[in-house]
Design a protein around this ligand. Structure first.
Ligand SMILES: NC(=O)c1ccc[n+]([C@@H]2O[C@H](COP(=O)([O-])OP(=O)(O)OC[C@H]3O[C@@H](n4cnc5c(N)ncnc54)[C@H](OP(=O)(O)O)[C@@H]3O)[C@@H](O)[C@H]2O)c1
Length: 296
């Protein structure tokens, strides 16, 4: 398989590159501002110039494109909605069309933030989207643009992505922050009124490539099976680190002022991907165990 990863320096993108290499696939990538350390052919590419993507396709001649690039700064999207619309809303459709015209499979990555968070049971793929901030609105436009493009495409919605960045080798984001505070015996204020199904980037990368191998098309929720608050995620991390869990403090989302509204409940139902691949998605505990060396 000849795989091209768009956004190879992102957290998910670096894991898709790494997983493709581990499977002995021929892997290439695009990056935006920073070229990752992979020894693979790479091209600088900006989603705001998506009409030039056919040149990238010509250079790398892939069988499969996985689009992991996006404007992921939720508050940044709120401040710059036009840019969010171009990068998250318009560009995915242009990439999907150019892939279809060149007979290349296309996988696109979306988000749990297309939901409004008023549910109290995990969201299924068929549930009605209703984004409550610019980021979710732009990502939903991106899903629709891909669905309307020619060709059969795969769209995967993820939730609260975390894990090891496979170019830097570092644990990223939320768990790294929790680990570092626990290691220095600082208190860790964590929300108890927000629920997510954290998606480990390495697990998602393997799942995406397995879905491709199974010829899946359409919409899939890809996340862990555990619907947890950030505070409960912190407890799992503290358990793995054998740290003092009393340093974890309860906090409410009402305590912070942010530009964009966050949905309070965006857990994803993963039964569709489980039945497609014939295996359960991991629990959060299993995901944390899987990369225990990086967590420590
Ligand atoms: N992070 C989450 O919690 C989360 C949750 C649900 C779904 N998702 C979705 O999962 C996917 C991967 O997210 P991630 O967590 O891996 O995000 P990430 O680490 O922020 O990576 C996003 C990548 O997109 C690139 N990018 C941004 N603007 C670009 C542009 N104009 N042209 C080309 N590339 C550009 C960034 O490059 P530069 O840094 O160089 O600009 C970065 O490498 C995204 O579709 C995101 O919406 C993420």
């Amino acid at each position: 398989m000849r795989l091209l990863v768009v956004g190879a320096n992102g957290l998910l993108g670096s894991n898709v590159v790494y997983t493709g290499i581990q499977r002995d696939w021929t892997v290439a990538g695009t990056y935006h501002s920073t070229r990752p350390e992979f020894e693979i052919p790479q091209t600088q590419f900006d989603l705001t110039d998506s009409e030039t993507f056919d040149e990238v396709l010509e250079t790398h001649d892939p069988d499969l494109v996985v689009n992991c690039a996006a404007m992921t700064d939720v508050d940044g999207c709120e401040k710059n909605p036009d840019r969010a619309d171009v990068i998250n809303g318009d560009a995915p459709g242009a990439l999907a069309s150019q892939c279809a015209a060149n007979d290349v499979e296309f996988v696109h990555v979306s988000t749990d933030y297309i939901f409004d968070g008023t549910a109290r049971d995990p969201y299924c793929e068929g549930d009605m989207p209703n984004p409550v901030q610019v980021y979710g609105d732009s990502k939903l436009a991106g899903e629709r643009a891909v669905q309307e493009a020619d060709g059969d495409h795969l769209i995967a919605r993820l939730s609260f992505v975390w894990g090891v960045h496979r170019s830097s080798g570092e644990l990223n984001g939320f768990p790294a922050w929790v680990r570092d505070r626990l290691a220095s015996s600082d208190t860790v204020p964590l929300f108890t009124d927000q629920w997510v199904t954290p998606t480990r980037a390495g697990q998602a990368a393997a799942t995406l490539l397995d879905l491709v191998d199974s010829d899946a098309t359409g919409l899939y929720h890809v996340a862990c099976r555990s619907c947890v608050t950030p505070h409960e995620f912190g407890e799992v991390l503290a358990g793995q680190l054998e740290s003092d869990a009393s340093l974890l403090k309860e906090r409410s989302t009402d305590d912070v002022n942010r530009d964009a509204t966050r949905p309070t409940y965006t857990c994803l139902d993963v039964s569709t991907v489980e039945s497609r691949l014939g295996r359960p998605q991991p629990t959060l505990e299993a995901d944390v165990r899987e990369i225990r060396d990086a967590v420590r």
